[in-house]
Design a protein around this ligand. Sequence first.
Ligand code: RTP
Ligand code: MG
Length: 139
Amino acid sequence: MAGNITFTMIKPDAVAGGHIGAILGKIAEAGFKFKAMKLTRLTEEDAKKFYEVHSERPFYGELVEFMSSGPIVAAVLEKENAVEDFRKLIGATNPAEAEEGTIRKLYAKNVGENAVHGSDSDENAKIESAFHFAGREIF
Ligand code: RTP
Ligand code: MG
């Protein structure tokens, strides 16, 4: 099945909490195919670059510190309507506002430490995938 792609990270809080397997299971169950995946860690420099668009926001410093605080799982996912469907699967940024059954409702601690990332557009999905993976690592 051809579809479009989205990019995700299982964030340091969820990796440290032992939720990698459960989260990957929910992603697979929801019909996403894994095109690339690795356990990795962002340096502070990497996190600053990845979240450059948020550099003027008050939470930028905290976000960079959190995202570089421990290992993450980075993955490229494929499905029809991947970006929108994945954001539905993960739920609202703030887990207190996320719908029942969503990944953030189940595994996020708070609005900052919120378990997973999902791209917000097709264009950003491509940019974010290329940030983390070489072309030959995406299948
Ligand atoms: P993401 O990019 O991680 O998928 O999350 P998102 O689109 O739902 O949220 P976005 O507005 O892009 O924010 C990026 C990440 O910054 C942290 N954040 N902290 N303290 C705060 O008020 C706050 N707001 C956002 C979260 O880790 C959020 O996912
Ligand atoms: Mg975002």
